[in-house]
Design a protein. Structure first.
Length: 124
């Protein structure tokens, strides 16, 4: 096993919420360098530096894994350990929408929609 490999992958949500497994400090590093600059924060910086240190052999890969997982959790991209379908079966639900009360969606009136919405742009 490579020294930068994680014992257990970190599963994150990418794109439109698709799960992706991060297996190593290099994988985590790649995701972190692609993170939008405007959303980078202290958690991002710490996770990025830990991945770099793991790649240089200065710290254990598992330390970088923990910091990457903490970053992912903070930014709500850490995937759940239990798939949603399995979780609903554990709870005894018969389906993903069981127990949900059906209601009518609110009706939009022309007075509740600003002219900017008519062209697909939110109002200011």
């Amino acid at each position: 096993m490579k020294p930068d490999m994680f014992r257990k992958p970190v599963t994150i949500l990418v794109g439109l919420g698709f799960p992706a497994e991060v297996h190593s400090a290099m994988d985590a590093y790649r995701h972190l360098v692609e993170w939008p600059i405007s959303f980078r924060d202290t958690a991002h910086s710490i996770a990025l530096k830990s991945c770099q240190a793991a790649l240089r052999g200065e710290i254990e890969a598992e330390t970088a894994r923990g910091l990457f997982a903490a970053f992912a959790e903070k930014h709500e991209i850490l995937a759940s350990e239990t798939p949603a379908i399995a979780a609903s079966r554990i709870r005894g639900d018969s389906g993903p929408h069981s127990g949900m009360k059906r209601t009518q969606p609110p009706r939009a009136t022309t007075s509740s929609i600003s002219p900017a919405h008519w062209h697909g742009r939110p109002g200011r």
